[in-house]
Write a protein that binds this ligand. Sequence first.
Ligand SMILES: [Zn+2]
Length: 134
Amino acid sequence: MAQNVNGSEVLQQERDADLRRVAQVAEDTRNGMRDARTCDKCNRPVSADNDAANLDIELGFAHAVFAASPRHLLPVVENGVVVCAGSPSRAQYLPGQQRDKRLSYAYQPDKETPYREAYDRMLRRVAAENTELN
Ligand SMILES: [Zn+2]
C-alpha cells in the first residue's frame, strides 16, 4: 500500500472496496449462503440504527441505495467483548469513536461534518420509521 495516497485515491479505494463487498454479499445472498438481514462481517442481526448501509444511503452513495448490505456501523460489544468491529472507516467520523488505524482509511477532517449530519438524519429517519410501525 502506498504511503502517500491522497484523499481522492482513498475515497476511490473505499468505494471500490464497498462495491466489491456489496457484490459479494448480493452473490452470497442469492446462493443462500447468508441472511440478507445480518452483518456481512459477523453474521449477527443488524438494527437499522446501527447499519453502515443506512449511513451510506444518507451520504448519497448510490450503490447503497441499490444493493444495501447490512454491516454494523458502531462496534458491537457482548459481555465486555468486542464481537464485531463494525465499520471503523465510517464510525471514526462519529462522536466518541476511535480513529480507523488502517492507512487506506485514514481520517479526513473534511468528512467529519457530512458524516455526522448523515448520521443524525439516519437516526431521525429510523426513529420516524419505528414510530410508524408502532
Ligand atoms: Zn457485525
